[in-house]
Design a protein around this ligand. Structure first.
Ligand SMILES: [Zn+2]
Length: 167
């Protein structure tokens, strides 16, 4: 891809600058861009594949760059689940067999959970919480940056999209 500066006509190597002069979007060389630093609205990197840009040009550029945060509910089994389950079961006078029947699991599963060799699933832990009246699942909110992009909102720009003249 070869581009020439729309002001001086010089061949643009590497980065071309997008400037808006008198309402017209121009792609110019760095020299011409530096003469009009307040008119620079972005740049085009010609040595790299074209960046994906938002179709809607009315949105400010920094909005598209802002990372999107996604709230996520995380459920985690408490670390001392084994002791909590064993203590609560014994206090209630339940046998492992009876507790296993109540939650619909094998006795061996309950034994492994109580010895700490098997971490219960969140579903099983919730059943045990109800029966034993204890807290086994910790719920907290986690914020993470979503890098997932919606492709319907984006498109590969062509030169015509990058250079738009206002009528
Ligand atoms: Zn130029």
């Amino acid at each position: 891809m070869e581009l020439r500066c729309e002001i001086c006509g010089a061949k643009i190597v590497g980065k071309g600058f997008k400037v808006v002069i008198d309402g017209a979007n121009l792609i110019v060389c760095s020299r011409c861009a530096m003469k009009n630093p307040s008119k620079i609205v972005g740049y085009v990197d010609l040595s790299a594949p074209l960046p994906r840009i938002k179709r809607s040009s009315s949105r400010p550029l920094r909005d598209a760059r802002k990372p999107r945060y996604r709230r996520q509910i995380v459920e985690e089994i408490v670390e001392d689940y084994a002791e909590r389950i064993k203590d609560a079961r014994e206090k209630m006078g339940l046998t492992r067999e009876l507790l296993a029947t109540m939650v619909g699991e094998k006795v061996s599963t309950i034994r492994r959970i109580e010895t700490g060799t098997l971490e219960p699933t969140v579903t099983l832990a919730k059943k045990l919480e109800k029966i034993l009246k204890i807290k086994l699942v910790e719920v907290y909110e986690e914020e993470e940056i979503s890098s997932r992009k919606s492709y319907s909102e984006e498109f590969e720009p062509t030169l015509g999209d990058l250079v738009e003249f206002k009528d």
